[in-house]
Write a new protein. Structure first.
Length: 202
């Protein structure tokens, strides 16, 4: 997909919600504002103590909110784009629904998701479904099920499968790389691949 329609961008800039395709499952985008997060968590029936990730076009864009060490750039470069979500230190504490002091960041791979982040900046990256219900693979069907209007849905089919692997990146004086990596949720990238990368890139 090319440019994101102005009408869709306007929804986000007025603290609304937009469904969009990703390289795994349909996602729900809002800007990282308190009012928009209120709407998102209400729509998903999601508990406030279950933070959502931020999706970005690049790690450079993520630097608006989080500290991105050179190590994080090297780590992401070692794996297919969109397969890892990195938990990084926030410059200043964000809304607790975004993780507060520690924020999960995913660099998008899907062209529509990339165009969205390029157009409006970092957006939430959480699956387009009510908490506890199986996610759908078509963005239009997911948006319809959630009651979103057509102009709040960016069309696209998603391959499904496992989500991204969540890695917590922490400063570590004992690690040769200066950082430790802890797998918080194993997804499309197995723990063994992360361990192997660490052994080769310390």
């Amino acid at each position: 997909m090319g440019a994101i329609p102005d009408e869709t961008q306007a929804i986000l800039r007025s603290n609304g919600i937009v469904a969009y395709p990703t390289s795994t499952l349909p996602g729900l985008a809002t800007l990282p504002t308190s009012e928009a997060l209120d709407a998102l968590f209400a729509l998903k029936h999601r508990r406030a103590d279950q933070p959502v990730s931020l999706g970005v076009a690049s790690l450079q864009q993520a630097e608006l909110f989080v500290e991105v060490p050179e190590f994080a750039h090297r780590l992401l470069a070692g794996f297919e784009r969109g397969t890892l979500t990195l938990i990084l230190d926030a410059h200043e504490p964000l809304d607790q629904r975004l993780g507060g002091h520690r924020v999960a960041v995913r660099v998008f791979a899907h062209p529509t998701a990339l165009a969205l982040a390029h157009s409006v900046g970092p957006v939430t990256a959480t699956s387009a479904n009510v908490a506890g219900t199986p996610p759908l693979h078509e963005t239009e069907k997911a948006g319809l099920e959630l009651g979103l209007p057509p102009h709040a849905v960016l069309p696209g089919n998603c391959p499904g499968g496992q989500g991204s692997t969540f890695l917590s990146i922490d400063k570590s004086v004992s690690s040769p790389a200066g950082y430790s990596v802890t797998i918080m949720r194993e997804g499309v990238i197995p723990q063994s691949d992360v361990t192997s990368w660490m052994l080769k890139n310390h």
